[in-house]
Design a protein around this ligand. Structure first.
Ligand code: 2P0
Length: 330
């Protein structure tokens, strides 16, 4: 009853910020993302009859808040399997955790795939996406690779709120240059931040109303491989979300000075004809999405920005998958 899975973070181009149901973790609107290939979460799960509580280590540490969240997530799978057995979970990231690099997306996607295999549930990808969503809304998207769309659904039980692959990574192999401007954990996590925005930001309703149109534009840009159109809608969605965050009370300011410098750097590159656009999540890192031939130029320019600590270049990658499974050898 054990398995190991790997998943990669995804970066939303049309952003998710707000829920229609907190208990079932249902998003208030859809989103559209790209799954990366250069950052990884690896998660090993082993169910063990001798345990009387789940034993959860994230990056080698035991954290009470994360343990409660993961306990509840494992319960969803235990209920499906009709068992009460507790599990050892070991999960590690090869990139900064909780710093706006979507570690909860890759974390819950890898966990869902590993638990499904360990318990031999053989759920289909949409069911796994729905279950991953219960851990983290963005995790529903990391079940799949390439370009992915998350549907908010309309059903109260959330059975229609899952992600679907739009286009394979190889069909449009864009690059993402990640400019890391701080490795510190953010002060307000996404879940708490979006809940406060929903309650207090005067722009929240208008933000939700923009998402369906942005999704239509982004989806058709992906289908037509129209980089300029995808860039325009992605930057607009990102900045609208950050406007909602800034107007939240108390304000959510996820940027630092270097974040803004990176935006200006991307704008200067665009003015010179470089195929690049930016997006920023609930953290200070800037993700510059670029045409493959322009990735080195973009990375060099962002590396030279004061305050940029590190620059990573990623391609687009696959969805979450099993990487080692002892059952396969049994
Ligand atoms: C996104 N973010 O679409 C947006 C943009 C952050 C900014 O999805 O409460 O960690 O677990 O569903 O998935 C981060 O939110 O939140 C996120 P929960 P999650 O990528």
């Amino acid at each position: 009853m054990h398995a190991t899975a790997q998943a990669q973070p995804n970066i939303a181009l049309v952003k998710y910020w707000g829920k229609r149901d907190a208990a079932l973790n249902l998003p208030a609107a859809g989103s559209l993302s790209i799954t990366l290939d250069a950052l990884h979460t690896r998660t090993r799960v082993r169910f063990d009859d001798s345990l009387d509580a789940d034993d959860i280590a994230l990056n080698g540490e035991h954290d009470a808040t994360q343990t409660r969240k993961i306990d509840a997530f494992l319960d969803l799978f235990r209920a499906r399997a009709g068992i009460a057995t507790r599990a050892h979970v070991e999960s590690g990231n090869d990139f900064p955790t909780g710093a706006g690099l979507a570690s909860s997306a890759s974390g819950f996607a890898a966990l869902a795939i590993a638990v499904d295999r360990a318990l031999r549930l053989e759920l289909d990808a949409h069911e796994l996406s729905m279950l991953a969503r219960r851990g983290s809304g963005s995790a529903a998207r990391s079940i799949f690779g390439g370009f992915v769309e998350m549907a908010p659904g309309t059903r109260a039980d959330g059975e229609d709120a899952f992600a679907t692959p739009l286009l394979d990574a190889r069909a449009w192999p864009l690059k993402v240059v990640v400019a890391v401007t701080s490795r510190k954990k953010k002060a307000v996590d996404s879940r708490a931040g979006m809940e406060t925005s929903q309650r207090t930001s005067p722009y929240y309703r208008d933000w939700i109303a923009t998402v369906p149109g942005d999704l239509d534009a982004a989806r058709s840009a992906v289908q037509a491989r129209d980089f300029e159109k995808l860039g325009a809608v992605s930057e607009a969605s990102c900045l609208a979300m950050h406007a909602v965050m800034l107007a939240t009370r108390p304000a959510l300011i996820y940027w630092n000075g270097a974040t803004l410098e990176c935006i200006q750097c991307v704008r200067a590159l665009q003015a010179d004809g470089t195929g690049v656009f930016f997006t920023i999540d609930a953290g200070p890192q800037v993700k510059a999405v670029c045409l493959p031939d322009d990735a080195t130029r973009v990375a060099d320019a962002l590396r030279a920005v004061t305050g940029v600590e590190e620059v990573l270049i990623s391609g687009l990658g696959e969805g979450a998958r099993i990487v080692e499974d002892a059952h396969a050898c049994a």
